[in-house]
Design a protein around this ligand. Sequence first.
Ligand SMILES: O=C1C[C@@](O)(C(=O)O)C[C@@H](O)[C@@H]1O
Length: 255
Amino acid sequence: MNTVKVRNIEIGSGVPKICVPIVGVTKDEIIAEAKTFDSIPVDVVEWRVDWFEGVFEFDKVEDVLKDLREALGETPILFTFRTSKEGGEKAIEAEPYKELNIAAAKTGYVDLVDVEAFTGDEIVKAIVAAAHECGVKVVASNHDFDKTPEKDEIVRRLCKMQELGADIPKIAVMPTCRRDVLTLLCATEEMYTEHADRPIITMSMAGTGLISRLCGEVFGSALTFGAAKKASAPGQAAVNDLNNMLQFLHENQGL
Ligand SMILES: O=C1C[C@@](O)(C(=O)O)C[C@@H](O)[C@@H]1O
């Protein structure tokens, strides 16, 4: 299993890493939130740029990124435009989506970009290639906000992301019952032990799925999202509680 190293963080070994999203609308909100992060346990910061009011003017995006980088010091930044199709704030066409992600990767301020895996293979491959050229890692993602697909389908999607060249395949699904959470965990365990040669990230959303955000070290999910000011998806626990749970599970692995 290969791990993914971004700055001082190694994703894919030991305790699952904690990623905290920033969902501010204005530059001031975004930077002010970033400045509070030195007092919480955070390994990676996700900037959910789809919430930003200036997202369609790249000079404004770059301006925020520059200050974010400064505010966050060595903490890796994951740049994410979550499209409305997959639960995000805004819609965007495939071409400008590609351009935005490539331009963000080229700034040198971000360490990872999130690419929605089912945007179209050519677009995804182009973003992956451009990101890798600048030393930026790619998290491929897929979100199902209505349901949990069958286990084999979840595994298929994660394998497809691996084939597209993503450094970290990720899937978030919505449970409609408790068994759906088990389906997601079974798919995670199978992907992790039988197919993945790199870290993967999985979660079952909302309160029913919360358990899946805690037990990544057991079943094979390398990173989990926790909330600081405002959650970016249903089921994200407060980051301090999340950290305590992850540490508790890690410390008792040898029982
Ligand atoms: O892909 C994900 C996962 C997520 O949807 C979650 O359920 O924690 C939260 C998003 O901000 C992030 O981009």
